[in-house]
Write a protein that binds this ligand. Structure first.
Ligand SMILES: Cc1ncc(COP(=O)(O)O)c(C=O)c1O
Length: 357
């Protein structure tokens, strides 16, 4: 399997592809309901929650919309230091919410004290932020941010996008006082795209019951009445649910701590190599992502040439994203990849730089 070093969609193990293509079952069949229940139940471990997890047929962006429609009647805050949080804000505004933006420099973390000041006395119904910004390779201190929001504005729901961290980095939703966490299948969970997962605690679900115009497809109150019967109002992504069921077993066999350590080790490998070879690291020290590294192309290497060179060796990396598209590029190190894979990629970089660099 040629390794893909892009921050999603990532490589999927053959065993998972095989699980996905097992014969379809009707989604109202008992056999499928049992699998649906099992897959959702097992995935609670990666969220660090005892609360319910919804499995939805959509990519993660669908849940940005679900969150603002379910949890916000009018007023919310989005804290943004990257392209994906900015998108979440756009989603909120386009759904008619009165969404303020805490606009943080892309090379700075979202600081708990800053958020605490921003929410105090404002009556925000919800505060949203992105755990791991896939555009910048910056990981925000989710636990500390959540604590600051809880202290300064106890009634605000805390909504977290963990699209490019969940399953590769620790998340303790219940212990950290987070009410809602969303993710996509095609990142650290190493599944094909098309499934999104949402952990929703009781406080968030109670709030949803009071919000009007939640829509239909992503109405968590409606979804809950079906979920308790191990089903969904509309047709689920059956093949992806099969795949999640098997992948959760693989993840638990590896062990969460081992999985997180593997992601950390890959990040250290990529980031120390980048620093030693004259590349800038876009994210500041102490906040660098464990799942994606955003490199500043300080040496000015020919990116198109590098990408073509890597492709000949069956490797892919990603360009920059959003406003830093032309000055940065990204190495995804998530999912099934290992330190040895990252080392092979870096050796190919060196070969390219030695030849043309
Ligand atoms: C942090 C983050 N949030 C949201 C999204 C959107 O997710 P999806 O493409 O699954 O809709 C992405 C996609 O890369 C992401 O990295």
């Amino acid at each position: 399997m040629p390794p893909m070093f892009v921050p999603g969609p990532v490589d999927v193990a053959p065993e998972i592809l095989a699980a996905q293509s097992r014969p379809m079952l009707p989604h109202r069949a008992r056999e499928f309901e049992a699998i649906f229940h099992r897959a959702a139940d097992k995935s609670r471990a990666i969220f660090g929650t005892q609360a319910r997890v919804f499995l939805n047929a959509s990519s993660g962006s669908g849940l940005h919309e679900a969150a603002v429609r379910n949890f916000v009647h009018k007023k919310m805050l989005v804290c943004a230091n990257g392209a994906f949080a900015k998108r979440w804000h756009d989603v909120a505004v386009s759904n008619g919410k009165d969404a303020d933006l805490l606009d943080v420099d892309w090379q700075s973390p979202i600081l708990p004290e800053h958020v605490g000041q921003a929410v105090k006395g404002k009556g925000y119904e919800a505060v949203a932020f992105v755990h791991n910004e896939t555009s910048t390779g910056l990981m925000n201190p989710a636990r500390e941010i959540a604590a600051a929001i809880r202290e300064a504005s106890p009634d605000s729901l805390i909504l977290v996008d963990a699209v490019s961290s969940l399953g590769g980095v620790e998340m303790c939703m219940d212990d950290w006082g987070i009410d809602f966490v969303l993710t996509s299948s095609q990142k650290c969970l190493a599944l094909p795209p098309g499934l999104s997962l949402a952990a929703v605690n009781d406080r968030a679900l109670e709030k949803a019951k009071t919000v009007e115009n939640r829509g239909w497809y992503f109405d968590f109150v409606r979804l809950e009445t079906h979920r308790v019967k191990d089903t969904t109002p509309a047709t689920p992504a059956i093949g992806l649910v099969y795949a999640l069921d098997v992948q959760m077993d693989r993840i638990m066999t590896e062990g969460l701590e081992n999985r997180f350590a593997r992601h950390r080790a890959m990040a250290e490998c990529a980031q120390s190599w980048a620093a030693a070879h004259g590349f800038g690291l876009y994210a500041p020290e102490g906040y660098r992502s464990h799942t994606v590294t955003t490199l500043v192309n300080t040496p000015g290497i020919d990116m198109a040439g590098l990408k073509a060179f890597l492709l000949e060796r069956d490797m892919r990396i990603a360009g920059g994203y959003g406003k830093i598209k032309d000055t940065t590029f990204r190495i995804g190190h998530m999912g099934e990849l290992t330190v040895a894979d990252v080392q092979a990629l870096l050796a190919a970089f060196e070969e390219f730089m030695g030849g043309k660099g």
